[in-house]
Each structure stands twice: as C-alpha cells, then as structure tokens.
Design a protein around this ligand. Sequence first.
Ligand SMILES: Cc1ncc(COP(=O)(O)O)c(C=O)c1O
Length: 374
Amino acid sequence: MKQDSNHPAIVEMSRTHPPLVPAVFDPEYRAALDAVLMRHTPSEIAGAHRWMGTDADRAAGAIFTGRRLGSVPEPGRIVVTNGTQSAFNMLIGGLVGQGQVLAVESLTYPPILTLAQRLGFTPCGVALDEEGMRPDALEALCRERRPKAVYLLSTLQNPTLATMSLGRRQAIVEVARRYDLQIIEDDIYSMLPETNLPPLSALAPERGWYILGVAKSLAAGMKIAYVVAPSAAQGEAQFWPGVRATFWMSAPISAAICTQLLESGGAQRVIDAVRTEMQQRQTAIRPILDGLDCVTADGALHVWIRLPAAMSAKNLAARIYQRGVNIGTGDPYTTPGTTPPQAIRVGIGHARSQAELVAAMQVIAAAYAAEAAA
Ligand SMILES: Cc1ncc(COP(=O)(O)O)c(C=O)c1O
C-alpha cells in the first residue's frame, strides 16, 4: 500500500531493505569516509564525474562481482552505476529498444513494467515454477515473439523467492544461446544466502549482463550497482558517457566510499552483520508463520504468503494497514496477461528492531485469521 504520511505509527514492511546494523555499519562507513578524505581533497572528489568508475572503483567492483562469478572479471568490463535501476534504464534501452520484446518472469520487479511504458518496449511474462523462470516457456516465447533479451533473477526471485538449481540455470542459458538472447541478470539478493550457485552470466559470459547492486546487502541509500558487461567494448557501447546520458553515473563520494569499503574488508563485515541479523529475524518470526502457506528462504529479506482462493490480498492488506502495518501484495509484480497472484509480500528487514518485527508479524497473523473467518 502507498504509505499515508498522516499515520505515524505505521510499521513499514512493504519494502525489502536490509536491516540497519549501526553497530557495524556506522564505524565502517565513518572510517571509509575518513580514508577517502585523507587520500583525496573534496574538490578532487566532487570536481568531476566518475564516468564508468575510476580504475580503483572498477578493480574493486571486479573483485566484488568475481566472488559471485567464480573468477575476477577484467576490470574493463565493469561499469559503476547509480544503482540497479539506472543500469536497467541504459541496458534495456540499449539492448532491447523501442517496439521490441523483453522476456521477463511472469511476476517481475515492478519498475521494469514502468520502464516498458517509458521506453516503449513490450515486457512478456514467462511462466514461473518453484525454481523460477521455466525454460520451456521461455523457448515458446522466443519462437513466437523473438525477444531481444531476458531480464531475470536466478537467486531469490522477487517476489516468489525462487532460486534456480544449477540444472535450471544451464537450461535457461541453452535457450538464450539457441535464440541469441542477451541475459540481463539482476543478482541483487545473492549476497546474503550461504549457497553459492553460479549466476547465468558466469555460465554464458558472452551474453550475460550481470548486475550486482549493494542496496540489499550493504545499504539501500548508497545507490551503487556494478555491471559486468560481456566485454569492455560492449560495456562502453551501452554506457560510455556522451553516448546517451550521464544520469546513471554514481555520485562520486558514494562510489569512493564503496570502493574503500570493498578494499578494507568493511563491506564484508557489514554483509556478515546483515546476514546474522536476518538469521535472527527469520528465527524470531518462524513460530508466528506456522500454519500459513508461506515461502521464505535463507538470506531472504521478505516472506511471500500465499492466500486461500477465497481470500482477497487487497482486503487483507487493507485490514493489516488499519492495524498499523504496511505490506505489499502481488498485484504490482503482475505482467500483462498474467493472473495476479493471491499473495502478500512482507519485508522483514526494514522493521527497526526484532521486537517491532515480531509485534508486526503478530498483527499480520491476527488480521489473516480475522480475514479467514470473515
Ligand atoms: C529485484 C530488484 N532489483 C533492483 C532493486 C533496486 O536496486 P537499486 O536500489 O540498486 O536501484 C530492487 C529493490 O527493491 C529489487 O527488488
């Protein structure tokens, strides 16, 4: 639900922000800022764009993404952007373009649908199962509509939380190769789970556009995402300044702090603290969710609660909101032609404390019971 600013007591659970871990984050961020300002004057930092990232930014981004990709990509393939959404804007605009088709999961990250209207491409939903996008459905779409690219999450899909097995990853890559699809892979939720399955972009580096944002592992407000292009030349063709725009470039101070955090190990210490906090949160809410048809997973920042056929997600969300908790439904994720899922999406990282989270979850469980009885 859209938040009502006149309702101060509201607990925000419609978003998937990671929990704040100030005991670790604050000293690490302060130390990184100090180190940056020791090395460079403010005018050096703010006096120019960072373009695709400085050499140091790109080298740090290569090591960071290399942890997921299995080997460190050549830093020339890295583009430092002002968050994942900025990267989408450039990549989907450039790789797909007006009047063309982008294959997406049938329930997809809502800004993709907004971008489709702005950029004039057609998002076509591909059926999902418990492992995410189905290769047979992707192949059928390729035959019928000839998409230019596919956008997907292979780990902790948003909103269903599906994670692809290795076999599923290989099957999707095979279809992409057969139909010459570019793969725009959003791996933003991959830093918290302990599992380490390779991204599709590691299996098909020649067509993988790998995006690793820090919003779900370090902090949403840092606004940094690293893109790994198939090659340095292809990265430049999509992002080189002057080609299209500069709005996607990172704010220099944020890029500099992120590089410092990656170089000092501070980023890993923050991620470890976020992971530990999330494990505790998952444990705290588990008993309250007992009996609900609820999907969650190691490292997940939300729970996806499927509702009985007779229950309306919209009514349930409204009832929960009246009791002071804001949650999301599946509706905004629904691609054209897909039936909206009867499900709610409850972020568990954003509540200010575990106590607040537990109390809010009890409100949700009570509202669910009341809705079921109504
Ligand atoms: C799937 C997915 N991609 C990207 C983002 C946002 O990324 P950024 O803040 O880096 O633009 C989100 C945040 O909700 C998300 O769920």
